[in-house]
Design a protein. Structure first.
Length: 148
């Protein structure tokens, strides 16, 4: 595509074949060669429309490319988030399993200590009752040993 800008009426230029006409001052035309013997001239309005359409198509293509890259980045981010979530779920499951085991061990120890405490409490109450019966209601008058 060739663009020609003519400066004066005195300047004559032949475009295409011998049937070409002189271009008036200030007009701009584009010469498009369809075959060796024919030439097509485009008006400025048509040229502007073609350029606008071309620029619009380029903008549209760039916008679609940008949207695709945004979608790809979004999909990658979602995939990473899902992978992290799966890893965290796995770690949480392992922690819960360990926690259950630890809680079970602690519960067993607490039950054992409560049982031992109850046994010792009963034993102390029994011993206290025996001592009271042995001593009786009398006050203690010496540090003499009491045998059971």
């Amino acid at each position: 595509v060739k663009s020609h800008d003519y400066k004066s009426d005195e300047q004559t230029r032949t475009m295409g074949n011998s049937a070409s006409a002189r271009v008036a001052d200030g007009e701009q035309h584009v010469e498009v060669t369809a075959t060796e013997d024919s030439v097509v001239y485009l008006s400025e309005d048509l040229q502007a429309k073609i350029v606008g359409d071309f620029q619009s198509k380029n903008l549209k293509d760039e916008w679609e490319s940008r949207q695709r890259s945004i979608l790809v980045a979004s999909n990658e981010r979602v995939a990473r988030d899902e992978q992290r979530r799966a890893e965290l779920d796995q770690k949480l499951g392992a922690w819960r399993s360990q926690n259950e085991s630890t809680q079970s061990q602690l519960d067993t120890k607490i039950d054992g200590l409560n049982s031992r405490f109850a046994d010792l409490s009963v034993e102390i109450q029994h011993d206290a009752s025996r001592i009271e019966r042995k001593i009786g209601a009398n006050p203690k008058v010496s540090n003499r040993r009491i045998d059971f």
